[in-house]
Write a protein that binds this ligand. Sequence first.
Ligand code: HEM
Length: 309
Amino acid sequence: MTQPSSAEPGALGRPARRASKRQSAPWFTAPWRDRAGRVSPFKIAVLAGCILPALYMTAQWSTGTFTGRPLNQAMLMTGVWAVWFLLLSLAVSPARSIFGLGKLIQVRRMLGLAAAAYTLAHLVFYVLMEGANLPFVVSEIINRFYLTIGFIAVLGFVALAVTSTDASIRRLGGRWKWLHRLVYPIAVLSLWHFFLTQKIDVTLAVLPTGLFLWLMLWRGLPPVIERQLVSLFLLALAAGAATIAVEYAWYALATFVPASRVLDANWHFGPRGPRPSFWVTLDGLAVFLAALVWRWLPGHDKIGVALTR
Ligand code: HEM
């Protein structure tokens, strides 16, 4: 199992490798530079990808494409992007291990910080939406369960973001790793909040939850089999089945919708297309196929190094 190690950055940060490096590590590295201070095209590309949703929303807002209430739209979109960036940051470890792309680690902190930034923007838009009436916002957060758990997740994001600096990693030592494992409960709270914000149809929330289940199942694999193709194949099927189970349980326990009908929809495509379990299984199989092709590709090590430079 690839847990964050002392030589490896967590979702929102990165420990220094050795004592000598610890002493010489600069207090700030521009996000487009690698550890050696060189400009990294790979990091520039990932940074651009992190900023792109914000630019897209700004463009939509300024051109009046946001329908109805722009603040509400911006609030919803930033919430969704926060979830996806969180999942991307969690996907770095499996991607490194399965494809042998060690240097992917250099963008994990960036992806985690992007998740934290979109979450904070989400909260700010919510406050603005409520006319910046802070006493009202506080009472809402206290009284509405879905906001309470969202707020706890935000606090977690803030804790991880502020301790993601190299200086914090040095200061906290071994405790840093434990602190940054909070990313998993934070992800659970964020997804739970996502479910609760959906009125009846939770399809939008089930998809990222299914992918999160894939990531958690992968983390649970013994290290000796986490890269094996057969494991990845079975993992795709297991994540799909787990997605069906979570979706069924949600409808059965939290709604009046007949859960058996939703379950049934997993076996055939309705007018609204396949259920999330289909996409989760497909994504899992895509990872399996990509790993298969990658290993078969001559010189894939060199390609990997070139891609993440
Ligand atoms: C104090 C913290 C938070 C507040 C006040 C808050 C508030 C809200 C509100 C009011 C909604 C819309 C509910 C509705 O339409 O009825 C919402 C939706 C959502 N929130 Fe939050 N939220 C918080 C934290 C979070 C966190 C930590 C995440 C994830 C990282 C998140 C992700 C989402 C998502 C994905 C949606 C659904 C968007 C959609 O339906 O398109 N929120 N939130």
